[in-house]
Design a protein around this ligand. Structure first.
Ligand code: PXL
Length: 277
């Protein structure tokens, strides 16, 4: 007999080492019991001969549209995660495809730059993302840098700054169509013993906190976090519960991180086991 597992669609780039991108997203979905469906937006190949620089190739916009069509024609999908887009043309085609059908949840990981890249490399892409995709998102998961960039604030230095940025980003979301959520991630980057993220729902702030596991940054944490929220939402969780599971998945995945020759170790999604009961 055919089965009907929970399904989620991810629209993201390939990062060949397996640390980030759609590779991390699909592993996260699988670990959380969600059948992953994926549209590829770009291909990132780190260059071991050039200090692991990011070689980046966008997928042709028509091919992105074709993948989106194949995915949505095959399955009833109501939950989607948006990861790295990378060019204004990609933002356009993804925004158009998203808007062509209704979604219960659009989780946007607003990837502006990857770890190890120079900030400010792609301002036109950032602007397009803010104008065209951000208003379609129901949940957006910026890290510290992305939160300051999207909010248009100075660099964030503490949890108050993170909450302020989350409020400003929330004001950019389309709340006429239902509740919207910002999960702004301090992660390991704010000072203090804990990795603190904040969830703002338009009214209340919820702080998600876990003791830092060293000060080292780990590749794939952002992708895994947003993918885990997406998977939990696909299974019917509310956003607050989904964000807590995502925090637990990332914490377990960093504790069990995979050694890599790249400048950062990578998250091991397979380490997560849901709490008993
Ligand atoms: O971690 C952000 C990210 C997302 N998606 C792709 C990436 C990266 C960082 O390298 O390559 C495809």
């Amino acid at each position: 007999m055919p089965s009907t597992p929970p399904l989620a669609h991810v629209v993201a780039g390939s990062e060949a080492t397996g640390g980030a991108g759609i590779q991390a997203d699909l592993k996260t979905f699988q670990q959380l019991g969600v059948y992953g469906v994926g549209t590829l937006t770009c291909i990132v190949s780190f260059d071991p001969q050039a200090d692991w620089a990011h070689r980046f190739v966008p997928v042709d916009p028509q091919v992105i549209a074709d993948q989106f069509e194949a995915a949505t024609a095959t399955h009833d999908l109501d939950t989607v995660k948006i990861g790295m887009l990378g060019t204004p043309d990609t933002v356009d085609v993804v925004a158009e495809a998203l808007a062509a059908k209704s979604w219960r949840h659009v989780v946007l990981d607003p990837v502006l730059i990857c770890k190890g890249q120079e900030p400010g490399a792609a301002l036109d892409t950032d602007t397009a993302l803010r104008e065209k995709v951000l208003p379609l998102a129901t949940v957006v998961t910026p890290n510290l840098f992305e939160a300051a960039t999207l909010a248009g604030t100075e660099p964030i230095e503490d949890v108050d700054g993170l909450v302020d940025a989350a409020r400003r980003i929330h004001a950019l979301l389309d709340t006429s169509a239902g509740p919207r959520y910002v999960v702004a991630k301090g992660g390991a980057e704010l000072p203090g013993p804990d990795a603190v993220d904040v969830l703002f729902d338009g009214t209340d702030v919820t702080v998600l906190s876990a003791p830092k596991i060293g000060e080292e940054r780990v590749s794939g944490a952002g992708c895994t976090f947003a993918a885990a929220i997406t998977a939990e939402l696909a299974k019917g969780a509310d956003v607050r519960a989904a964000a807590q599971v995502a925090k637990d998945v990332v914490t377990a995945g960093i504790e069990a991180r995979v050694a890599a020759r790249t400048p950062f170790d990578t998250v091991w999604q397979g380490a997560y086991a849901p709490a008993a009961g």
